[in-house]
Design a protein around this ligand. Sequence first.
Ligand code: THU
Length: 136
Amino acid sequence: MDYPQLVKIAEKAKEKAYVPYSNFRVGAALLTVEGQVFTGCNIENASFGMTNCAERTAIFKAVSEGYNNFQAIAISTDTQEITSPCGACRQVLIEFGENIDVIMANVKGQYEVYKISNLLPLAFSPNKLEEERLNE
Ligand code: THU
């Protein structure tokens, strides 16, 4: 699976976005190291804070199906400028590896790729919980 193909899958997933409040559609396509692809869209709610981003939809689908090794995630929006994932999605992504490629695509399918570790410097990641804790 190459990245242009993954972007196309994210574009298709965007069509499923449930966005009656923002009308801001986001699609995601998450590629596992096994080559499986899980898609996601944003899902809004009348109680706005309950909204789930496209990226987290895809991640939760994958993990709940037994996949948690990810190579890349493509994200597609309808804007001219590329859209980068929100802080919550960055945190959820880095849980599963600092080397995940984040592919951000604009409405024309043009994209840029960043490592998740570059999008979330000094992250609180699983290894932090392994560090020695000193209690008084
Ligand atoms: N949204 C995403 O799906 N992913 C992001 O990384 C940023 C924001 C969604 C949430 C909401 O439905 C809409 O975009 C506007 O914030």
